[in-house]
Design a protein around this ligand. Structure first.
Ligand SMILES: Nc1ncnc2c1ncn2[C@@H]1O[C@H](COP(=O)(O)OP(=O)(O)OP(=O)(O)O)[C@@H](O)[C@H]1O
Length: 254
């Protein structure tokens, strides 16, 4: 792949004797929605956290937007970090702040803006993710699960990032809310030119919005490709996942 926006080479992850990744390579292209799948415990969330610099791998190179994430100065890392946004599992919103204040939080940290302008910009982000104006001043606890996810998304795009990382965005949503969130992710990717790194178990999400899928298995990225390409691979977990009843249903097959 020419000029990947995320490039991982030779990644190794160990927790004591437990080896999670070994020799893991991955490229993510600009503007694509990459779905990252794999069985429970294969290290999808850990990989996400390593790419955004929250967790140090045992070995390996990670570059985002052409710059190393590891062994970089705090200033360089801070500038790089502004160029991505993360929506963690569960949203990870501040419970004591309103939705708007949650979106303002990264702006406060990273930008020197007059209060009034920051409030206006945050309000734009809240509207962009399809939340009603009356959600603006509510705490996250007063919102439905789907609305909380949207609020988390608004915070992830607060600094106009080039990449967003989403960790199981549709987990815990009803099917209608999950489908609506899928549509939102694709619309915002199209409108803002985002690259999306999306960890998911949701087969419908893979079918609806992912351009490419990376399969974590055997401690590495076993394969990447479109769902059609992956379906041809002879791998036990993948066959069970894509060819099982839920996989067939997501494809509209009996
Ligand atoms: N801080 C940590 N200390 C020790 N072990 C950890 C730590 N973080 C993750 N692990 C282990 O690393 C493995 C991968 O965890 P991770 O959360 O990335 O899995 P996952 O693929 O996202 O799984 P799931 O689909 O169930 O969310 C798990 O076995 C987990 O117990």
């Amino acid at each position: 792949m020419d000029d990947p926006v995320i490039r991982v080479r030779g990644l190794a992850t160990r927790f004591g004797d437990h080896v999670v990744h070994e020799g893991l390579d991955l490229d993510v292209g600009r503007g694509e929605i990459l779905g990252v799948i794999g069985g429970s415990g294969t290290g999808k969330s850990v990989l996400l956290r390593q790419i955004v610099g929250l967790l140090e791998p045992a070995e390996g190179e990670i570059e985002v937007l052409g710059q190393p994430v590891r062994d970089t100065s705090p200033e360089e890392f801070r500038d790089l970090r502004r160029r991505w946004g993360v929506m963690f599992q569960g949203g990870a919103l501040f419970s004591s702040l309103s939705v708007r204040e949650n979106v303002e939080a990264p702006m406060r940290e990273q930008m020197d803006l007059p209060d009034d302008l920051r409030r206006k910009l945050a309000a734009i982000k809240v509207r962009m993710v399809g939340l009603p104006d009356d959600a603006m001043d509510k705490p996250p606890s007063a919102l439905s699960g789907g609305m909380r996810k949207r609020a988390g998304f608004a915070r992830a795009i607060a600094l106009d990032p080039e990449i967003v990382f989403l960790d199981e965005p549709t987990a815990g949503l009803d099917p209608i809310g999950a489908a609506a969130l899928d549509v939102l992710v694709r619309q915002l990717r199209d409108a803002l030119g985002l690259t999306v790194f999306l960890v998911t178990h949701d087969l419908d999400t893979l079918h609806a919005i992912c351009d490419r899928v990376a399969v974590l298995a055997e401690r590495r990225v076993l394969a990447t490709g479109t769902l059609d390409e992956l379906r041809d691979l002879r791998h036990e977990w993948l066959q069970a996942y894509l060819g099982g009843p839920r996989g067939r249903a997501a494809r509209g097959e009996p």
